[in-house]
Design a protein around this ligand. Structure first.
Ligand code: ARG
Length: 375
């Protein structure tokens, strides 16, 4: 028998195809169980996990290991300015879901629990690992709550231009929206052995905030609103050599995410010209700073409206101060705090916040646990 033939796995061999990534995953597993946060576990737990990973390509983490891993992933995520709260993340363990419908129900429960009274709780729902055949559950939406974007015949978009592709896909699957500028998209979920399916979000899980301005009654007539909970659903959670392809997590909003990006970017809702017009600003030249003035009023409206609705939101000044407190505490604990300067700073008035006036340890893309963007 030649050497090539000897390598063909026989049917009785439990684990064929040695994973090309196995070395890296074993290293991540080893490092994970050596984290101080897991120092209460016996040494044999680490050895057992390593052995299972080496022989079966996977192992089963306990809920405690996952919640600690997810908190470390948050702490390690260099683009997040909200990391001072990393210890408060709670886990909803959805590893036992067996169908797309089960997973959709788990996501709805996540959204229900995230908002309790005026408090927003930081939660992560963790679904099954990919199977040995690479088959896995997937949420196609970038966030659990997203507004549709419809291409119109004149080339403009009704709704959120960022969601045009997802909207097209949902429509091809048979979903029909009401064609307003704020139609909540269904969850698009693929599950092993099932065709791609869509699930409309029950109205009780989508809290929204209509926007008004404390000084300008006309602002409410613009009909703007945004949802209460940002819940990112398109990132893999990587812990201890394992990948969880379903791991939607939520925090609360920083007002500028809505007021200085989603509603103001030219390739999103592009509201600044309309708001400037209503404010009576001179738009004949950039030098009048009409964009900047409209931007400030839009952000005033966001903060005012969320407070009035009783939905927690943080402004960019406060979150920046909290972040620097976090960096100091990390340094006091003997850790660096790598941060991506361009993501940490707010999209307006950056120079007014303390995060602007310094540099950070450079991001290290190999750090784990972490949230990793998927292609
Ligand atoms: N920037 C995204 C949005 O505007 C949300 C990203 C996560 N943000 C957060 N505060 N956790 O919807």
């Amino acid at each position: 028998m030649n050497r090539t033939a000897a390598r063909v796995p026989s049917v009785v061999e439990p684990n064929p195809a040695p994973d090309a990534d196995l070395g890296r995953r074993l290293r991540e597993c080893d490092e994970f169980f050596r984290q101080p946060e897991l120092s209460h576990l016996p040494r044999r737990r680490r050895l057992m996990a390593l052995w299972q990973l080496r022989t079966h390509g996977s192992y089963r983490q306990t809920a405690e290991e996952i919640v600690i891993g997810a908190r470390l992933a948050w702490r390690n995520h260099d683009r997040c300015v909200g990391r001072s709260h990393w210890r408060s993340l709670e886990l909803l363990d959805a590893r036992s879901v067996r169908s797309a419908a089960d997973l959709a129900a788990a996501c709805f429960e996540h959204l229900r629990r995230a908002l309790q009274g005026r408090a927003v709780r930081s939660l992560i729902t963790v679904g099954p690992q990919a199977g040995p055949d690479g088959q896995s559950f997937r949420i196609l939406n970038s966030q659990l709550i997203r507004y549709a974007g419809y291409r119109t015949p004149d080339g403009t978009v009704l709704g959120d231009p960022d969601a045009v592709e997802l909207t097209d896909l949902a429509r091809r699957l048979g979903w029909r929206g009401a064609r307003t500028a704020f139609d909540v998209l269904p969850l698009l979920i693929s599950a092993p052995g099932e065709p791609l399916r869509w699930f409309p979000l029950p109205p009780d899980v989508v809290r929204e905030v209509p926007l008004e301005h404390p000084d300008h009654p006309w602002f409410a007539e613009l009909g703007l609103k945004w949802h209460a909970i940002p819940a990112v659903s398109n990132m893999n959670l990587e812990i201890g050599g394992l990948t969880y392809p379903v791991a939607p997590f939520n925090g609360w909003y920083v007002s500028t995410e809505i007021g200085a990006r989603n509603l103001s970017d030219r390739d999103r809702y592009d509201m600044l010209p309309v708001i400037a017009e209503r404010l009576g600003l001179d738009r004949s030249s950039e030098r009048t700073l009409w964009r900047d003035r409209a931007l400030v009023e839009l952000n005033v409206a966001v903060l005012h409206s969320y407070r009035k609705a009783g939905v927690y939101i943080v402004d960019h000044h406060t979150v920046a101060t909290q972040f620097l407190g976090h960096v100091r505490r990390e340094e006091a604990a003997g850790r660096g705090c790598p941060a991506d300067w361009s993501w940490i700073n707010p999209p307006m008035s950056a120079g007014l916040t303390p995060t602007f006036h310094r540099y950070y340890d450079p991001p290290d893309p190999a750090v784990r646990p972490n949230f990793v963007r998927r292609e």
